[in-house]
Design a protein around this ligand. Structure first.
Ligand code: BES
Ligand code: MN
Ligand code: ZN
Length: 489
């Protein structure tokens, strides 16, 4: 879908998009008196997510004109995420009514900054029009081809800024969704590395890919153990954006879980739902998408993102429960479950980004635990950190992106659960507080750097269409990490 900005003139033609707040119905400047009458006749009240579609005859041209009206809820309670949801609902209605081009009337609600308003509408439009249809013999064509955001001349600077960033973030998020939706037979570790290289070429960041020998040389034995059972060999992907060379000691390290398929290994997963484990590289997709947006906007900071990509399969060459393995950090790990593989790969990746790339802050993103879904469901990403300041930044970023986060405690008692008499650590902390102990396992490998962990097991994909999202990968993390990075500048 094409989204553009357009200087408003009263003789703009075609179908219109108009947002109205619940308490603004009486005072607002309706596009036409007939629209207000028709909306009121339908009982339209401007509630959040409510929509109305009205058709009236344009006096001058005698053409029929459709107006899609989207409710915003109470004006004072409006936030960017509500606007995204209202946009998603309105555009779905427009699609149902076979609208092809929609012009959004100039925004005159001053409760939110205009550039952020435009960004949110553009994001919602791009995310809403996303389809994963490349494997369909016949893909369904969408009627809605173009959204024009019209503005008054004094709004131009803000509108253009919002449009540009909204497009960057919308496209980067959709790219991440493509990576996640792609099945594991095509999205192998090697393919994921290829996609990172492509993204680097498109958006302008450097990519280095290491194969087994180089990974072995670095001593990433925990990572290699996880991938040992698969014929698809592992890749270690390093992406660099050096946007602030004058401060080389300030480096944001991003680490994404890149398990291209998680069968559970010998600690095999139940057959039901195993297919969903192609989403187990959602964290990798988040960091590739975030790097793309960060590079496209040329943010003034240094970011290095890493992905330890491999496949957790079952074969005669795989690792076993009871094994004691090594790690790049030199710590030994007792394998209690071959299904707790993500933390093993993340441990080496996080240790690498701190020691070899000299990251001064570490963010890891992972579909790490089923327990995160039990605790927080599919609307909220679970967070663990050793630095409260980082969580506050993340929360501010979440206000910008609309991706909900919630902190879980990291009290010292929980670290005991990852201990064993047989090795320095074990890879499961038992049934209790699984999301916390999973996160704290990774913490043990970041050399006490400020670190924050995002468990996206619940938020990485949607079981069905919702608001401005479609069934399948959500691209969670891309926009969140972008705003988080921006907050460090
Ligand atoms: N990739 C899974 C976590 C997951 C489960 C994500 C369901 C999305 C949906 C992860 O590798 C895993 O298997 N975790 C185990 C950890 C346990 C063995 C300590 C889990 O959550 O059961
Ligand atoms: Mn697993
Ligand atoms: Zn996994």
């Amino acid at each position: 879908m094409d989204v553009r900005a357009l200087l408003y003139s009263p003789d703009v033609t075609g179908d219109l998009l108009f947002f109205v707040a619940e308490d603004g119905i009486a005072e607002c400047k309706w596009p036409h008196a007939a629209v207000q009458t028709l909306c009121e006749a339908q009982g339209f009240a401007g509630k959040l997510g409510e929509t109305a579609v009205c058709t009236y005859v344009e006096e001058e041209t005698a053409n029929l004109r459709k107006v899609v009206v989207g409710g915003l809820g109470k004006a004072a309670e409006l936030c960017l995420e509500k606007l995204r949801k209202a946009t998603g609902n309105a555009l779905k209605q427009a699609e149902k009514h076979k609208v092809e081009t929609l012009t959004m009337l100039p925004w005159d609600l001053n409760l939110l900054p205009l550039d952020a308003v435009v960004r949110a509408v553009v994001e919602a439009a791009l995310l809403n029009s996303y389809r994963f249809d490349r494997y369909l013999g016949e893909s369904k064509e969408q009627s809605l081809k173009s959204l024009q955001i019209s503005y008054a001349s004094q709004q131009e600077v803000d509108v253009m800024r919002g449009l540009k960033l909204g497009q960057t973030l919308g496209h980067a998020t959709n790219m991440a969704r493509d990576l996640v939706n792609e099945p594991a037979n095509s999205m192998t570790p090697a393919q994921l590395a290829e996609e990172a290289i492509k993204a680097g070429e498109t958006f302008g960041f450097a990519v280095e890919v290491m194969e087994r020998d180089a990974i072995e040389e670095l001593g990433m034995t925990a990572f290699l153990e996880v991938g040992k059972a698969s014929a698809n060999s592992p890749r270690f992907i390093v992406m660099r954006h050096l946007g602030k060379p004058e401060e080389p000691e300030q480096i944001l390290g991003l680490v994404g879980k890149g398990i291209t398929f998680d069968s559970g290994g010998l600690s095999i997963k139940p057959a039901q739902g195993m297919g969903g484990m192609k989403f187990d590289m959602g964290g990798a997709a988040s960091v590739i998408g975030a790097m793309s947006a960060i590079a496209a906007e040329n943010l003034h900071l240094n970011v290095v993102a890493v992905v330890a990509a491999c496949e957790n399969l079952i074969s005669g060459t795989g690792y076993r429960p009871g094994d004691i393995i090594g790690s790049m950090a030199g710590k030994t790990i007792l394998i209690e479950s071959t299904d707790a593989e993500g933390r093993l790969t993340l441990a080496d990746a996080a240790h690498y980004v701190v020691t070899k790339e000299r990251a001064s802050t570490v963010v890891d993103v992972a579909t790490l635990t089923g327990a995160a879904i039990v605790a927080l469901g599919t609307v909220t990403t679970g967070v663990i950190t050793n630095d409260q300041g980082l969580y506050e930044r993340l929360q501010a970023a979440s206000d910008q992106s609309g991706e909900r986060v919630w902190q879980l405690p990291s009290f010292p008692e929980y670290r005991e659960q990852n201990k064993t008499h047989q090795a320095d650590l074990k890879n499961t902390g038992g049934r209790e507080a699984g999301t916390i102990t999973g996160g704290l396992f990774i913490e043990a490998f970041v050399e006490e750097k400020p670190w924050i962990h995002l468990d996206i097991a619940g938020t990485c994909f949607a079981a069905k269409d919702r608001e401005y999202l479609r069934e399948g990968a959500t691209g969670v993390g891309v926009r969140l990490l972008y705003h988080f990075a921006e907050s460090l500048i």
